[in-house]
Design a protein. Structure first.
Length: 155
């Protein structure tokens, strides 16, 4: 059985935060949010903008996560991270497909994201689930300076 088929995608809960921080901290390219930012994303009642936060469990352990913000009928993928040892096994795709499904159910009509131009694996993942390039932000990223590829998808 592939790892993606063995992955269980579910809503992120407070008990996942240590593992989420560990996964993000282990990958230099991952956003390095603080615990408070993830904790705030879990409380949909007070979170502004509203967020959808999911984790992927493999054999009972969190192996990846995704967070999107929702404003009206628009969403933005803020973060998707799969631990290094589990990358390339379909977990990111499974997270994206479930996130897209949940956003559709929530009435979202369009989702956007930005990604480093050099991140070919992420760009391939996004294109593989239906995103297309809609623009670029020249010199957006620092250390190193690099363009951001803007991608979007109508749901």
């Amino acid at each position: 059985m592939s790892m993606a088929k063995a992955a269980r995608i579910r809503v992120m809960v407070e008990g996942d935060l240590d593992r989420v921080l560990e996964i993000a901290g282990g990958l230099e390219a991952a956003p390095q949010w603080g615990r408070a930012a993830y904790a705030a994303a879990l409380d949909a009642a007070v979170c502004s903008p509203r967020r959808v936060a999911l984790v992927a469990e493999v054999e009972g352990a969190v192996a990846g996560f995704a967070v999107a913000s929702v404003v009206g009928t628009d969403a933005e993928l803020e973060s998707i991270v799969v631990e290094a040892a589990a990358q390339g096994r379909g977990i990111g795709r499974a997270l994206m497909l479930e996130l897209i499904r949940r956003l559709k159910v929530a009435g979202v009509g369009e989702i956007g994201l930005e990604v480093r131009a050099s991140n070919a694996a992420a760009i391939g993942l996004y294109a593989g689930v239906g995103f297309g390039e809609v623009g670029r932000r020249r010199g957006y990223y620092r250390e190193p300076v690099e363009d951001a590829v803007l991608m979007g998808m109508e749901l």
